[in-house]
Design a protein around this ligand. Structure first.
Ligand code: FAD
Length: 354
């Protein structure tokens, strides 16, 4: 039986971000770490995007940054600038390459496929595995996307389309998302906020084909990359043992109203690094309670009145967008919060509050 001082279960975004943060701060000079993941390949499988409200270790994995975005509902478009907190997209393939090649150079860091043969009784464990008990009422953000290349210059590469609600909503909330990496290359995603009970929402390929042809007016294109995924917009309970700390989505790092997780994972990694010596004894790092509370009400409204959501999202970005970005990225102050709350339709939000 082998034993390690530290074990990270899941070498994905959270596990590798944490190991990287600890390694660059020399935490494994006299301690050893095992990273457990059954994966056989680390090709690009996700595109992590966010407003860059705080620094992170992965600037060199950024595909592109934008200072402008738009949101549209039928017949109306809102153009928003975000120069103070640019919107960035990270290529997970580059992230895996950077983190793994650095970590493999440290002889005290071991990559293992299973926990078999490990004595974990004296280890501190960072666990990124989710423990989800399916419930019909749970809300998910689920999506499919393609990165396409066109032979003409048709995209404005300076502005992303964050949410295009001018599409079939069924009884859910649905939008398209377009990230133009250059004038002839873009990631286009179809995204749903729903309980995933309607299977027709999941035919992402048809939705994307239709949108690219009829809305973007592109006839010929090549698909360079595809991704699909689902992000739980509810707490994923994990079995917590005394020597175990949850990280990543399993550790509550997903902002429930938006699905944004990447920068929270980086904040969590820094917190663990700063308190590494006594991390099993101190207060758990959490997204602030006020966001949990406000997100809960927001998601209640979303479940009950999905048809109102395009307008609610659209109106949210109509004034002082820096405040909205800070709010959605957990960096707002009380004035920012009040500003957002005042933009919500009062009657339905107050009703859900009680
Ligand atoms: C397709 C996709 C796109 C996303 N885009 C964004 C975005 O744009 N912005 C944003 O902020 N967030 C985004 N998210 C949400 C979130 O940032 C990601 O899900 C992120 O990868 C979460 O990190 P994690 O470490 O918790 O999970 P993961 O990155 O999924 O890592 C979990 C790891 O556990 C491993 N594993 C599985 N089973 C076992 C086992 N039995 N033992 C050991 N290891 C195991 C897996 O192989 C995986 O490597 C996206 C999510 C998805 C799915």
């Amino acid at each position: 039986m082998k034993d390690f001082d530290y074990i990270i279960i899941g070498g994905g975004c959270a596990g590798l971000s944490l190991a990287y943060e600890l390694d660059i701060n020399n935490k494994f000079e006299n301690k050893n770490l095992a990273i457990i993941d059954p994966r056989t390949n680390y090709n690009r499988d996700k595109t992590w995007s966010f407003w860059r409200v705080s620094p992170h270790n992965f600037e060199d994995c950024v595909i592109k940054s934008w200072n402008n975005f738009s949101i549209n509902i039928t017949n109306k478009t809102n153009y928003v600038s975000c120069g103070k907190s640019p919107y960035q997209s990270i290529d997970s393939g580059l992230f895996y390459k950077k983190t793994i090649s650095r970590l493999k150079k440290n002889k005290n860091i071991n990559f293992l496929k299973t926990m078999n043969d490990l004595d974990v009784s004296k280890s501190i464990i960072f666990n990124s595995l989710m423990n989800i008990k399916p419930d019909k009422k749970d809300l998910w953000q689920h999506f499919g996307g393609v990165e396409i290349e066109v032979d003409k210059k048709i995209f404005d590469s300076e502005i992303i389309n964050l949410m295009d609600f001018d599409c079939d909503q069924k009884n859910s909330v649905h939008f398209f998302y377009t990230l133009p990496y250059s004038e002839n290359k873009a990631l286009v995603e179809t995204t749903w906020l729903s309980n995933m009970m309607d299977d027709t929402e999941k035919n992402y390929d048809d939705q994307l084909k239709n949108y690219i042809k009829n809305q973007l007016k592109i006839k010929n294109y090549k698909i360079l990359y595809e991704e699909q995924g689902k992000i739980p917009l509810f707490h994923t309970s994990s079995i917590i043992k005394k020597n175990e700390i949850s990280i990543g989505t399993a550790g509550g790092m997903t902002r429930l109203s938006t699905g944004y997780t990447f920068l929270n994972i980086q904040d969590h990694s820094r917190y663990i690094c700063k308190n590494f010596g006594n991390i099993d004894k101190i207060k758990k790092f959490k997204i602030k309670k006020k966001y949990k509370y406000l997100d809960k009400i927001f998601l209640k409204v979303l479940s009950k009145y999905p048809e109102r959501m395009p307008e609610i999202f659209y109106n949210m970005f109509t004034a002082n967008n820096e405040k909205v970005i800070k709010f959605l990225s957990n960096k707002s102050n009380i004035v920012d919060d009040i500003n957002i709350i005042l933009k919500m339709p009062k009657a339905i939000f107050i009703k859900e509050l009680f």
